[in-house]
Design a protein around this ligand. Structure first.
Ligand SMILES: [Ca+2]
Ligand SMILES: [Ca+2]
Ligand SMILES: [Ca+2]
Length: 305
């Protein structure tokens, strides 16, 4: 009830039809950091695949990568040398085995600039990363957001990262400070996700959480014209990455185009167990496919307190 009181208060302040909240873009564009997460990537063929561009702003060094699916299982990993000023394409369909076809997952990249096989505070922030999903059959490409991280996001805080990059997995992250954070203790935020499921539209909702969320998250789903708003519990089924087809979430009739206002998972009410006592971090966005427009678009989540 406490959380719903807060959510109701937030909506009372914002007004149901103007839930623009405080626009805040938790993803990163053109920044540099030690590592990057790209959640919600997949491929079905060489002509329908997610792809990443990595640009090196430092000296030549090894970049380690791993792809885990929604259950947290490693479907592929490796490393490559990136040269100074090189922009290197990383195409999922070329990097993963055929057994990973159709699996949504998270790509994780880490720079090892001092070559010790570890991520520590001694590794420079060298990578600039962008991502997209290309569907050559439809002649369409969809922007995919990326989230940077560094040693601050691992248990032990700054200076302590990954002891062995050859076995790294996104599950080692205990927070995501570039995402929507939940601080330890009392701290409640609301995540706003755009959706459209009427008129043949489909919406894919991608939520990555550093901590595994164990409780359904009640959400206020509203129609843009203000005609309807109802509370709907949404379960995040993945260990970290959850990819949901919004059309299957059982929204009441009349909710076809609008906003999902989800109370962010909170350690204070037991939505997750807080690894390392450093709170949580969420990366979230939706991809809306509109056959009537022949296009898909990515919309980043925003949040408010
Ligand atoms: Ca290193
Ligand atoms: Ca944590
Ligand atoms: Ca909290």
């Amino acid at each position: 009830m406490h959380r719903w009181t807060l959510l109701a208060s937030a909506f009372a302040l914002l007004g149901l039809t103007s839930v623009s909240a405080t626009p805040f873009n938790p993803a990163e564009f053109g920044g540099r950091d030690q590592g990057y997460l790209v959640p919600g990537v997949y491929f079905t063929s060489a002509a329908d695949t997610s792809a990443v561009g990595l640009t090196n702003t430092c000296n030549a060094h090894q970049v380690h990568w791993v792809f885990t699916d929604t259950s947290g299982t490693v479907q592929g990993r490796g490393s490559f040398t990136i040269l100074p000023t090189e922009t290197r394409p990383f195409v999922l369909a070329q990097a993963l085995p055929a057994s990973a076809v159709g699996r949504f997952g998270t790509l994780m990249f880490v720079s090892d600039t001092d070559g010790d096989g570890k991520l520590t505070s001694a590794d420079e922030q060298c990578l600039v990363v962008e991502a997209f999903h290309a569907d050559l059959t439809r002649n369409d490409a969809v922007f995919l957001p990326v989230w940077p991280f560094n040693t601050y996001d691992f248990p032990g805080g700054p200076g302590t990262g990954i002891n062995d990059l050859s076995i790294m997995v996104p599950g080692m992250l205990s927070r995501l400070s570039s995402g929507i954070e939940d601080e330890p203790g009392a701290d409640v935020r609301t995540i706003y996700l755009r959706y459209s499921i009427g008129g043949g539209d489909a919406t894919r909702m991608v939520v990555w959480s550093a901590e595994t969320v164990t409780q359904p998250l009640l959400s206020l789903v509203s129609q843009f014209d203000g005609s309807k708003a109802e509370l709907v519990p949404i379960t995040l089924p993945g260990t970290q990455l959850s990819v949901l087809d919004v059309g299957t979430l059982g929204f009441p009739s009349g909710l076809t185009n609008g906003l999902i206002a989800m109370v962010a998972p909170d350690d204070g009410v037991g939505d997750y167990a807080d690894t390392a006592g450093d709170g949580n971090g969420i990366a979230a966005y939706t991809v809306i496919e509109s056959p009537s427009l022949g296009a898909a678009q990515t919309i980043l989540a925003t949040w408010s307190r």
